[in-house]
Design a protein around this ligand. Structure first.
Ligand SMILES: Cc1cc2nc3c(=O)[nH]c(=O)nc-3n(C[C@H](O)[C@H](O)[C@H](O)COP(=O)(O)O)c2cc1C
Length: 212
């Protein structure tokens, strides 16, 4: 038993039992999410919880429709195929008892304002914008959420695939908070399988450089 087992026990879960999620656990999981660090402690995140199975199926339909629409935008057959192939991968939350939608809110970046003030080139601006603390903040919260869920015996799966239907989803939810946008979503539920596993990881040496 390692102190880090709570990390190694999290896996992406895409199939769920019909069992409900205890509302107290939902509160606890979201609380854990809010204990993530955030730049200037702005906590620019918001979580929308869907528990109504009909509403979850409506989101599935919205994503499927958007997927079909996107496939119709291109004449490139291989791109069309790829889009269609990912339809399933983007709707794996269909059998989950709970769907959590993570929204990211505004984050004022002084560096971006300074670069703009000096009329930075589009490359310089791109380089500074890609750091995106707003997204890093919500990502830290999502990871906390997923680790907390795993520790309580639930499965989750970080999903950005379905976010291409952000506009339709946000309209459907009727959720509007100034400057907030859908960043990711995750199903939440009791995993169907008791033996969970994840794809292999790159060797540490490949992803770590120690500079003496
Ligand atoms: C930003 C992000 C987006 C992802 N989007 C999807 C998705 O749309 N659909 C899906 O089934 N899994 C998605 N995943 C899950 C990854 O496939 C999964 O984390 C990866 O294969 C490693 O497996 P593990 O989570 O079990 O360790 C996403 C993960 C991340 C971090």
């Amino acid at each position: 038993m390692s102190a880090l087992d709570f990390i190694y026990r999290r896996h992406s879960v895409r199939k769920f039992k019909e069992a409900d999620v205890d509302p107290v656990h939902i509160q606890e999981i979201i609380k854990a999410a809010t204990y993530a660090p955030s730049g200037k402690n702005v906590q620019n995140w918001h979580f929308v919880i869907l528990k109504n199975p009909n509403k979850i199926q409506d989101i599935v339909k919205i994503v499927e429709d958007k997927n079909a629409e996107m496939a119709s935008w291109t004449d490139d057959e291989s791109l069309k195929k790829e889009i269609t192939k990912f339809k399933h991968y983007h709707t794996i939350f269909r059998g989950a008892p709970v769907l959590i939608l993570a929204f990211a809110g505004p984050y004022r970046e002084m560096a971006v304002e300074a670069f703009k003030a000096k009329n930075a080139s589009s490359e310089e601006l791109h380089n500074i914008l890609r750091v995106s603390p707003a997204i890093q903040n919500v990502s830290a919260a999502i990871e906390n959420l997923m680790l907390a869920a795993a520790a309580l015996g639930y499965g989750t799966c970080w999903m950005t695939g379905p976010v291409y239907a952000f506009k339709e989803i946000q309209e459907y939810l009727g959720f509007h908070k100034e400057g907030y946008f859908l960043a990711a979503m995750t199903p939440l539920g009791v995993p169907e399988e008791s033996e969970l596993s994840s794809p292999p990881r790159k060797p540490i040496e490949e992803v770590m450089t120690i500079i003496e």
